[in-house]
Design a protein around this ligand. Structure first.
Ligand SMILES: O=c1ccn([C@@H]2O[C@H](COP(=O)(O)OP(=O)(O)O[C@H]3O[C@@H](CO)[C@H](O)[C@H]3O)[C@@H](O)[C@H]2O)c(=O)[nH]1
Ligand SMILES: [Mn+2]
Length: 354
């Protein structure tokens, strides 16, 4: 007889969903079948006196700017205001092993067969299966049903490494920078590519924060989204900065980063002129930032995300401080972030604070 017991959703009590928002969260209605069993951490940006409406039936905690200031005190200076970068506060206060973060203008996409895509389920599959950063498998994810390692793949590498990050993609509005948005205002991503790839060791990538999951215990301390938004010279480089720091640290620690499935449906194109103002310094700074991250090496004594991140902060100050004083402030904020992280997560600290 078929069992009438509904299966417990995967990682139900080990994963938090983090949502940065400035608006009511009606978008959750479409995600209800997939998200309702999970705990939400809502990071309310902007005016803390505004009331954010959350649909009935969701288990959540909500933090506004007053809460962040109260919890972190002076250390709240490292959490951005009036920028989606504020989402990283949710990573810090979570007590779970896994995080999935999604923007409130991202909806359930359909696969080519017309089925709703459970993005959370796919991220969990990505995180729970190994990555292959040391040798590229040409048939994509070898651990996926119906695939495997191809001929010539060294057996010594078939075990793979733990996956730290799962980077999902977007149908409809692609995550383009402002110049590209201006040149191609009507371009929509209609291409569903049925693949999950490990990003090879030594290769950086532009990490987008709108459909992203990660192992908080492996790499959480490196997922700081930087100083963006109000009072800062740059915006919309929050996830990029985090992605570059994270990838250097994952490569050093032998952890994997995947990109590809799942897709979400990104519904709202943000204003390209506003975005250009936020991005423009980043567009030329990144020509110096990328070589810095490509050349960054971490000492073997750095064996935890915290110690790697503190070392990276020193190198940011030493090598990027001359690009712009902003990077001196960012390097300091990186240390404040780690101090705040360790304060809120004492159990993750090694005895010597390494
Ligand atoms: O000041 C703000 C503005 C927005 N938010 C919340 O952040 C996400 C993303 O906002 P939005 O969808 O309007 O912006 P996009 O340009 O599409 O976002 C992309 O830019 C990236 C860089 O920040 C971001 O990760 C991408 O998704 C929504 O949930 C807003 O409610 C905010 O908190 N504060
Ligand atoms: Mn958006």
């Amino acid at each position: 007889m078929a069992s009438s017991v509904t299966p417990t959703p995967l990682l139900k009590d080990e994963l938090d969903i983090v949502i940065p928002t400035i608006r009511n969260l009606d978008f959750l209605e479409m995600w209800r079948p997939f998200f309702q069993p999970y705990h939400l951490i809502i990071v309310q940006d902007g005016d803390p006196s505004k009331v954010i409406k959350v649909p009935e039936g969701f288990d959540y905690e909500l933090y506004n700017r007053n809460d962040i200031n109260k919890i972190l005190g002076p250390k709240s200076s490292c959490i951005s205001f009036k920028d989606s970068a504020c989402r990283c506060f949710g990573y810090m206060v979570s007590k779970k092993k896994y995080i999935f973060t999604i923007d409130d203008d991202c909806f359930v996409a359909k696969d080519p067969s017309g089925n709703d895509i459970n993005a959370l389920e796919q991220h969990i599959k990505n995180l729970l299966s190994p990555s292959t950063p040391f040798f590229f498998n040409t048939l994509y994810d070898p651990y996926r049903e119906g695939a495997d390692f191809v001929r010539g793949y060294p057996f010594s590498l078939c075990e793979g490494v733990p996956t730290a990050v799962s980077h999902g993609l977007w149908l409809n509005i692609p995550d383009y920078d402002a110049p590209t948005q201006l040149v191609k205002p009507r371009e929509r991503n209609t291409r569903f590519v049925d693949a999950v790839l490990t990003i090879p060791k030594g290769t950086l990538f532009p990490m987008c924060g709108m459909n992203l999951a990660f192992d908080r215990e492996l790499i959480g301390p490196a997922m700081y989204f930087g100083l963006m938004g109000d009072g800062q010279p740059i915006g919309r480089y929050d996830d990029m900065w985090a992605g570059w720091c994270m990838k250097v640290i994952c490569d050093h620690l032998g952890l994997g980063v995947k990109t590809g499935l799942p897709y979400i449906w990104h519904s709202k194109a943000s204003n390209p002129f506003v975005n250009l103002k936020k991005e423009y310094k980043g567009i030329y700074w990144q020509e110096e930032l990328i070589p810095f991250f490509q050349g960054a090496t971490l000492p073997k004594e750095c064996t935890t995300a915290q110690s790697c991140y503190k070392e990276l902060s020193k190198q940011v100050k030493a090598k990027l401080g001359k690009v712009d004083d902003y990077f001196n402030k960012l390097a300091d904020a990186m240390l404040t972030w780690i101090e705040a992280w360790d304060e809120l997560n004492p159990s993750t600290q090694l005895p010597d604070g390494k």
